[in-house]
Design a binder for this molecule. Structure first.
Ligand code: PYC
Length: 309
């Protein structure tokens, strides 16, 4: 027997997203916090079938389009990757909005989208760009020192931007594609050291360096499944702005251009989340392009029906 998953692929600033429109796992109803647990515990094979080889690749981020639980929202989404599930995904949310536009389900304007970590407002602009008003973002620890065996000592901050990040600056490494091997090995070593240090566990590592052109900063982001983010990472940039805001280095509504390792960028700004100025509401603006519309086939006697593990 063969079943069919209808999906649309896009990339946002180079980072791919595969939105599952139909044929996904039967997660039922209820808050997305509950549905993501059902996905993880009962239907994880779908995640592997959609993302991993032979249908996908480790770099792909998936998004399951869901009926929202919150009546205020127009859609819900659960993001996932080669190793598990993401709270939010900035580039993926931009990919989702472009997918809905491509499907003629939305026009330019604003919509509210439910995710497992909160509601996110998205605006599709007339020029095709999308602004994402992300979930509340904040720093939990500043200037943390971690020691790695092979790369020495790093100092950085731990912050939440929809996912958990350790953010550090390395003046000695160029943030460039030619350094991907070193950056990946370094980020893996940093993640191991941070997660052994007793601080809240981080899933992403963000290493900053000098930008090109008009950008304010350039980053390399290691994702949980050892791939690097081809985009400047929407949740990572939210975490970065939370740190800049906490340090008084970026004012509310001041524009921040975050460049990723490929040189693509997001235009960003923030407002304070509340009067005590401990957390921010970040806005990330970027653009996605459709790359494919596809029907993934799941055939029962295919030895790799549920992906190559
Ligand atoms: O854009 O937030 C993001 C993201 C997370 C992982 C890959 N991209």
């Amino acid at each position: 027997m063969t079943s069919d998953i209808h999906a649309v692929d896009s990339h946002t600033a180079g980072e791919p997203t595969r939105i599952v429109l139909a044929g996904g796992p039967p997660l039922g109803t209820g808050p997305l916090t509950e549905r993501v647990e059902r996905f993880r515990n009962e239907y994880d094979s779908y995640r592997r079938a959609v993302i991993t080889e032979p249908r996908g690749s480790d770099v792909l981020v998936g998004g399951l389009l869901c009926e929202p639980h919150d009546p205020e929202c127009q859609a819900g989404v659960i993001f996932f990757n080669n190793v598990g599930y993401l709270g939010m995904c900035g580039h993926g949310l931009i990919g989702l909005v472009e997918t809905l536009r491509y499907q003629r389900k939305i026009d330019a304007g604003k919509m509210l989208i439910e995710t497992p970590v909160g509601n996110v407002a998205a605006t599709l602009h007339a020029d095709g760009e999308v602004s994402v008003s992300n979930v509340e973002s904040y720093r939990v620890a500043a200037d943390v020192e971690v020691r790695t065996e092979d790369f020495g000592t790093f100092r950085g901050d731990i912050a939440f931007g929809g996912n958990w990040f350790f953010l550090t600056y390395d003046p000695d490494t160029r943030i460039h594609r030619s350094e991907l091997g070193k950056l990946t090995a370094m980020a893996c070593a940093i993640r191991k050291a941070v997660n052994a240090s007793g601080y809240p566990e981080v899933d992403h590592i963000e290493i900053f360096g000098e930008p090109d052109g008009e950008a304010d900063s350039r980053n390399f982001v290691l994702c949980p499944g050892l791939e690097y983010d081809r985009s400047p990472c929407g949740t990572g940039t939210s975490a970065k702005m939370a740190c800049l805001a906490a340090d008084g280095k970026l004012a509310p509504n001041q524009r921040w251009i975050q460049q990723g390792v490929l040189g693509t960028s997001f235009a960003c700004e923030y407002s304070w989340a509340n009067a005590n100025k401990q957390s921010i509401m970040p806005v990330i603006r970027g653009r996605a392009f459709i790359t494919a519309e596809t029907h993934l086939k799941l055939t029962a006697n295919d030895p790799f029906c549920w992906g190559i593990q």
